[in-house]
Design a protein around this ligand. Structure first.
Ligand SMILES: [Zn+2]
Length: 664
């Protein structure tokens, strides 16, 4: 094609009227899915019948200006957003805004979603030129095409764009947008204002996996709309109904037997029997909704045959039982429903009532890994020692404060840091007379002493100490880490001197309280409990645990006025330490726990002749001032991760061989 032809073509593109064709027709005609997708090759609406009506409601002829999709994972929901953008670029010109949770997400979408679609779709390649072509106006987050421009932004920058008018808005994963009180609904509102000039020709497509009841943006937007549910007919009697997880049945914990029971006739039909009846016209509106606002609910139960199967879902469901984090993930990601957070305020006396009469600092049976969480205040440290067992079972082993001048050098015996080191290095004996050491210590860097903490952690980076910092809501308990510059006592800067880990405090708190709820609901006692406290813990400990409540309207945990919360914070930090890659109690396999049990709770106690069981109850702590390292008697289990049990293996009859590298 010559230059003149190209010029004329671009003029024609810019002035031609909207193509009134629907997005599903556009996809069937033009869209080629790249090789790394579940079904590469030409888009076929027959394979994804549930998506057709959603696309057509976004199409020029629909009469709807907003479409909201509350969706599960791996359903083709992302491809739907791509088709929306692709259709807008090639058929009905206008400015397009794509909003993502972060700028990184925007870049990732461009690389892994938009560019593959563009290069595989000739009509799109004609409209948006290759990036390396001179004058193509195709940059990572800004793409010019005849008749408009596509801009990709992070949600915190969505308001800063000066571009005059926008006709199309894609709001991707809205529940991941950071929010605070005043800003709930801020980005959708902005999108509505920005597109208002286009009246009924504007289109907003927002989608997300829902999160927490009352705080979920997509749930709120879904409820503004006409709330469409997909209702296929029962394969046995033809009765049309929603596929609800509560009607799924399987036999004897065998996922391969899964089917869904009909609410009309009760007959259980298999996945393929239900899904082969799926057609595009099975969506049913269940609410009037605001004018021009359509909303769809799409759980993973509706995934096309051959994608995420019902068998897989049952496997995940069974795995999630008794594990609040996995359960929340299943409810959100697979059922596309909100998780109901425990928001009732727990009284500290109630928590204290569930405490058990075990001794602090003596490790009971069933706990194999110790972690320490440290909170830094202006003039003191608070620390909590937690023991971990199978299934992330946690037992609080100690809580104490160390007061003093935090600016003193850790080598000075008066320094709180010196005392913390002494505490960290002591041994904690279990019922079998084996001594455990602290596997990981996490120290908070917030507050006045950030660089003091950096220096402390930097000097102990090979002694299982990490520096941590709170992350925003919705993040993993221990997530990403980054290198930070460290200023030492002389004012010198060490570039990238310390590795700082980010802690999802809200996630940890939700998990901890959900665990206590699960204990209560299941009526668990003693060693079966997921989270245990000792009656030797001081009242201030229980008061601190209940010093924060989850505020649905803010979507985060908040401290109650005038309350101290160090016991909750240090429990969170000890949890984060347990999730460190070298400890990772949350992903340890059964075989690894078995090995730990074999090492730390040997059944042939005779082998350890002369070692007294640590049966005596330790003195109560209120609050405890750490002592010098306790004299260590062999055999010693040092940092279960790094070193072999040399003192045990010597002279035994070989039953304990092959113990090294158990975690590798
Ligand atoms: Zn039926």
């Amino acid at each position: 094609m010559g230059a003149v032809d190209a010029f004329i073509r671009s003029i024609q593109d810019a002035i031609r009227p909207d193509d009134r064709g629907s997005i599903s027709e556009w996809a069937a005609k033009y869209r080629i899915l790249p090789p790394d997708t579940p079904e590469p090759g030409p888009w076929r609406n027959e394979r994804t019948p549930c998506l057709v009506e959603i696309m057509d409601t976004l199409s020029p002829a629909s009469g709807y200006t907003e479409v909201w999709l509350k969706k599960g994972h791996q359903l083709g929901g992302s491809a739907l957003g791509e088709n929306f953008i692709g259709h807008a670029i090639t058929s009905a010109a206008g400015n397009i805004l794509g909003v993502f949770a972060t700028i990184d997400d925007a870049n990732k979408w461009n690389l892994s979603r938009f560019e593959p679609m563009r290069t595989a779709t000739p009509a799109l390649r004609r409209a948006v030129k290759d990036r390396d072509v001179k004058g193509s106006d195709n940059t990572q987050r800004r793409k010019k095409f005849p008749g408009g421009m596509l801009q990709l932004v992070g949600s915190n920058r969505a308001g800063g764009l000066k571009s005059s008018t926008i006709r199309y808005v894609l709001l991707e994963e809205v529940d991941e947008y950071p929010r605070d009180v005043a800003k709930q609904g801020a980005v959708p509102e902005l999108a509505r204002n920005r597109t208002s000039n286009f009246g009924s020709k504007a289109r907003i497509f927002g989608n997300s996996t829902p999160t927490i009841e009352g705080a979920s943006e997509i749930d709120g937007q879904f409820n503004r709309g006409d709330q469409r549910y997909y209702m296929p007919p029962c394969p046995a009697c033809g009765h049309r109904q929603r596929l609800l997880w509560e009607n799924f049945r399987w036999v004897d914990s065998d996922p391969t037997t899964v089917g869904c029971a009909c609410v009309g006739c009760g007959i259980v039909s298999k996945e393929h029997e239900w899904k082969r009846l799926f057609t595009p016209d099975m969506w049913v509106k269940t609410a009037k909704g605001q004018p021009g606002v359509a909303s769809f609910h799409m759980p993973s139960l509706l995934a096309p045959l051959g994608w995420r199967s019902w068998v897989d879902l049952v496997v995940d469901w069974l795995e999630a039982q008794g594990n609040p984090i996995k359960l929340k993930r299943f409810i959100n990601n697979e059922l596309a429903e909100c998780w109901q957070e425990q928001t009732d305020r727990v009284q500290w006396e109630v928590l204290k009532e569930r405490a058990e009469p075990y001794a602090l600092r003596a490790v009971p049976r069933g706990y194999y890994v110790l972690t320490l969480g440290v909170d830094t205040q202006d003039t003191w440290l608070a620390a909590q020692l937690v023991a971990w067992g199978r299934g992330e079972r946690a037992l609080v082993l100690d809580y104490f404060e160390i007061h003093g001048d935090l600016t003193l050098d850790p080598s000075n015996p008066d320094s709180p840091w010196f005392k913390l080191d002494a505490y960290r290095h002591q041994a904690f004996r279990n019922e079998f007379g084996i001594d455990l050491r602290v596997s990981m210590t996490a120290v908070d860097t917030g507050g006045l002493h950030t660089h003091t903490v950096y220096n402390y952690c930097r000097a102990r980076r090979h002694d299982s100490v990490i520096a941590i910092k709170g992350d925003r809501p919705g993040k993993p308990i221990l997530g990403r880490s980054s290198r930070q510059d460290v200023k030492n006592g002389k004012g010198d800067i060490m570039k990238n001197g310390v590795q700082l880990w980010f802690v999802g405090g809200d996630t940890a708190k939700s998990s901890l309280f959900a665990r206590m709820d699960a204990d209560e609901e299941a009526g668990r006692v003693g060693a079966d409990r997921l989270l245990r406290f000792s009656t030797q813990l001081p009242d201030i400990y229980f008061k601190g645990l209940t010093a924060e409540v989850y505020k649905v309207e803010l979507g985060r945990w908040e401290k109650l006025a005038g309350r101290r919360n160090e016991s909750l914070d240090t429990l969170v930090y000890a949890y984060a330490a347990a999730c460190h890659p070298t400890v990772r109690i949350h992903t340890a396999r059964v075989a690894e726990w078995d090995e730990l049990e074999r090492l730390l709770e040997p059944r042939h106690r005779d082998l350890f002749g002369g070692v007294p069981p640590a049966a005596e109850v330790a003195p109560a702590a209120a609050p405890v001032v750490p002592v010098s390292p306790a004299p260590v008697t062999s055999p010693v289990q040092t940092s279960a991760r790094d070193e072999e049990l040399e003192t045990v293996t010597a002279g035994d009859d070989g039953w304990l061989s092959n113990t090294d590298n158990w975690l590798n």
